[in-house]
Design a protein. Structure first.
Length: 341
């Protein structure tokens, strides 16, 4: 595994709870939350009460978040998701094949080429996340596993780890394979060997994203970037909309970092002022369904029974999404802003 450690020196670290919940990211999140509290509230509520409302952090949904986060941390730490090694294997294999077929020899990669490759790979990885998220909603045999995440009735920063291990494995496999292939092609086009600069551009870009409020995506604090920026980047408010039970919000804002993919494929929802959002799983009318995952056992084993029922019915792809079919929005969605020229 020496080649793995040489090429991806900090690869595993980007997937750990310790990385995402490191003090620097939590501190930046708290600062942004303080700014929201200071400029938007009437100060009758003290800041700590605003930041940690009891009705959110003492909710039973939050305790299940914590249990799943602990389980998933162990799941990752034991190396059970072997699919993570697919990325470097696919990259090196495909790159070697391309080099052999073309007869090219590798040359030293310049800083400009490293930056270009890093940007392309970061965009590719984000697009793969969009695709993975989309199919989890559209394929009935994947939705039950993803529904564990959407079943959260309140949201805190730890909710990002409220995921079923199967859902995590599918997402990481998709990203590993697709990014591995694109990475090999990019390296072949640049005719260079991968170096630390290429790898760390993606890591640093992700760090900047987390630093500037990514944890507020799963929280009670509403932060919108405005209608223009929300066509480019997914704001915390837009992701909260994604978790909404309202029919008008159904299957919107699948993106993680960039909203460009949602804009391109017609799944973008732009926020216009603060909206009241109810979290959980709902039927086609937006009516809440009784919590199907009341404990860790139900969250881990329940989806398998639901998938078996879907297989027995012969259901696969659902154009209306993994949940019950939702009606058309009662009002038109905001149209994309027109490009200049």
């Amino acid at each position: 595994m020496e080649w793995f450690q040489r090429i991806f020196p900090d690869f595993w670290g980007t997937f750990t709870v310790e990385y995402l919940l490191s003090p620097i990211y939590l501190a930046s999140t708290a600062i942004i939350a303080w700014l929201v509290w200071y400029f938007r509230t009437d100060k009758e509520t003290r800041f700590l009460s605003f930041l940690f409302p009891k009705e959110v952090y003492l909710h039973k949904s939050t305790w299940l978040d914590i249990k799943l986060a602990a389980f998933n941390t162990f799941f990752l730490a034991t190396g059970a998701i072997a699919a993570l090694v697919i990325l470097p294997w696919v990259t090196l294999t495909a790159h070697g094949m391309l080099m052999d077929i073309s007869g090219h020899t590798a040359t030293e990669q310049t800083l400009v080429r490293s930056i270009f490759a890093g940007v392309v790979l970061f965009l590719t990885k984000d697009f793969c996340r969009y695709c993975s998220h989309y199919i989890h909603h559209k394929y009935r045999f994947l939705w039950p596993f993803h529904a564990v995440h959407h079943s959260a009735e309140v949201m805190t920063p730890i909710t990002f780890m409220r995921m079923h291990p199967v859902s995590m494995a599918v997402q990481m496999t998709i990203i590993s394979v697709l990014v591995g292939i694109v990475q090999a092609i990019v390296l072949f086009v640049l005719v260079g060997q991968i170096n630390a600069a290429t790898v760390y551009i993606g890591i640093y870009a992700w760090s900047i994203y987390v630093f500037f409020g990514a944890h507020l995506r799963h929280s009670h604090i509403w932060v919108s970037y405005g209608p223009i920026m929300e066509h480019i980047l997914i704001s915390p408010a837009q992701h909260q909309i994604h978790h909404s039970t309202a029919p008008i919000h159904h299957d919107k804002n699948f993106g993680e970092v960039f909203a460009l993919w949602d804009w391109m494929f017609g799944t973008l929802y732009i926020t216009h002022g603060k909206e009241d959002v109810i979290y959980g799983i709902a039927n086609g009318k937006g009516e809440l369904i009784d919590q199907p995952y009341n404990n860790l056992r139900d969250a881990l084993l329940g989806p398998f029974g639901e998938v078996w029922e879907e297989v027995a019915k012969g259901t696969t792809f659902d154009p209306n999404g993994g949940a019950d079919a939702q009606p058309e929005p009662s009002q038109p969605l905001p149209a994309p802003i027109a490009k200049d020229g």
